[in-house]
Design a protein around this ligand. Structure first.
Ligand code: HEM
Length: 435
């Protein structure tokens, strides 16, 4: 499966990167663990003295990365987390992805970290990803600029206007695609959903919908994301270089679109123009920080989290639904699919200061891996967690710390409504036409 191989390649890349590059950075656990943990208390469990999470840092340099990656390929991908949770508890230390890391499979601890602000934790991505996104990417910026950007994007992506447009567009895209399906030909659902999801995203972000412009964008975007799994070496001939070139091309394409929009709007009142896409929303903002280059580059970066996640959600939902055809309430099917098979298994942060949460210490300079998937499969929170049971959501509250497929706090996924909507429309069309 596409995503699984991506995960493997990504992890492998991180692993190799670890050996070559990150070692020198030396987030040395031993020195960090000797520090005093004083300045920041998010949640304190007064019944215990603060404790440094137990666990193993694995092999020198390699840490526990190989075990982590190979468990993802085993019959029981949770085995890495489950084994350590049994030995050390829900929060433990490890050394994965080239970095000393506190891994948390505890809902409350994850929530506290995701809710904390950028003076305490900042996003952590590998070097290659940081280079491809650039310093001003929404995925990396912090503070007031991030809040502004995230707020503007989030409110547009959940606006009724956009939702109505997506319902219409997806009807068109899916009808055109499904008309071509025939009984004697296999249909690759993930490919179909990928094509549809890309069109929806490109239209919502920059109003590119069809023709050469869309094809060019798609082609360059594929080159761009191949680099997310490459070594952080940038010179002609390397994958990272090719990906950066592709991004440059796409940014130019979006800058041209922006120029066109500005010219078109010259005669009209700035505030009178209804925003048709995310670029319009950002152009209307008076903040000088939102330069055209920053907007253009961010439109490309925003395609990354939306690109694979929605197609995988749709494909898994169809699989689960076909195993359990009586479950026809799409919203609960999608929620249960996000619980059991979310492609985004966890999110990473870096601690900027020593932090104590629920009695656990997270040292300054260490990474924190909020492993959302283990929480979603924990029998403490879910009866028969490995059973696909969409009916559980008829009574269960989704707004709890034990269910966070879209993250939480200031970086809560701004595309969550869009993702759920796309998946619902896809299932609706599939079931009404082919049941
Ligand atoms: C099933 C689908 C999706 C899932 C499970 C998902 C999940 C997530 C998660 C867990 C985060 C938090 C990352 C963090 O805390 O570091 C996130 C962030 C983000 N997502 Fe999604 N996402 C999905 C679809 C989308 C779509 C369709 C878009 C459309 C543009 C999108 C745009 C973003 C952006 C821009 C961020 C970064 C927010 C920030 O750092 O402020 N996502 N997503």
């Amino acid at each position: 499966m596409d995503t699984i191989s991506s995960l493997f390649l990504f992890s492998f890349f991180l692993f190799v990167t670890t050996i070559i590059f990150d070692k020198i950075k030396g987030l040395r656990p031993s020195s960090a663990s000797k520090k005093k943990f004083t300045d920041h208390h998010v949640i304190t469990d007064h019944s215990h003295r603060p404790k440094f999470p137990q666990g193993s840092l694995g092999w020198p340099v390699l840490g526990e990365t190989i075990e982590f990656v190979s468990s993802a390929y085993s019959d029981h991908p949770e085995s890495f987390m489950d084994k350590r949770r049994l030995m050390y508890g829900r929060v433990f230390k490890s050394h994965i992805f080239g970095t000393a890391t506190i891994v948390s499979t505890d809902a409350e601890v994850n929530k506290a970290v995701l809710q904390s602000d950028s003076t305490t934790f900042v996003p952590f991505y590998p070097k290659t990803v940081r280079e491809l996104m650039g310093k001003s990417s929404i995925l990396l910026i912090n503070g007031s600029l991030h809040r502004r950007f995230h707020g503007l994007v989030g409110s547009f992506l959940k606006s009724p206007l956009l939702k109505a447009q997506i319902v219409r567009d997806m009807h068109k895209y899916l009808s055109e695609s499904m008309d071509l399906w025939s009984e004697d030909q296999p249909v690759f659902l993930q490919d179909v959903s990928k094509t549809v999801a890309f069109k929806v995203l490109a239209k919502a972000l920059i109003s590119v919908e069809k023709g050469e412009e869309l094809e060019e964008l798609k082609e360059e975007f594929e080159k761009f994301i191949s680099g997310l799994m490459s070594l952080p070496i940038n010179f002609p001939g390397t994958q990272l270089h090719r990906s950066l070139q592709a991004k440059k091309k796409m940014v130019k394409q979006v800058e041209k679109i922006i120029e066109g929009k500005i010219k078109g709007a010259e005669d009209k009142e700035k505030d009178g123009v209804i925003a048709k896409d995310v670029v319009d929303v950002l152009l209307k903002d008076s903040s000088e920080n939102l330069t055209h280059n920053l907007i253009a580059s961010n439109m490309i970066d925003m395609m990354i989290p939306g690109h694979d996640s929605v197609p995988v959600l749709i494909t898994l939902a169809v699989k689960f639904l076909s195993d359990s055809p009586s479950a026809l309430h799409f919203l609960t099917v999608i929620t249960e699919t996000l619980r059991m098979g979310n492609v985004i298994t966890g999110v990473m942060r870096k601690a900027l200061k020593d932090v104590e949460i629920k009695g656990y210490v997270i040292p300054k300079g260490w990474c924190f891996f909020a492993y959302l998937r283990s929480v979603h499969l924990d029998k403490l929170y879910y009866d028969s967690p490995y059973k696909f049971n969409p009916w559980r959501w008829q009574e269960k509250d989704m707004n709890t710390s034990s269910f966070s497929p879209f993250g939480g706090g200031q970086r809560l996924c701004p595309g969550l409504d869009l993702a759920r909507l796309e998946a619902s429309i896809f299932l609706h069309h599939l079931v009404t036409r082919f049941r």
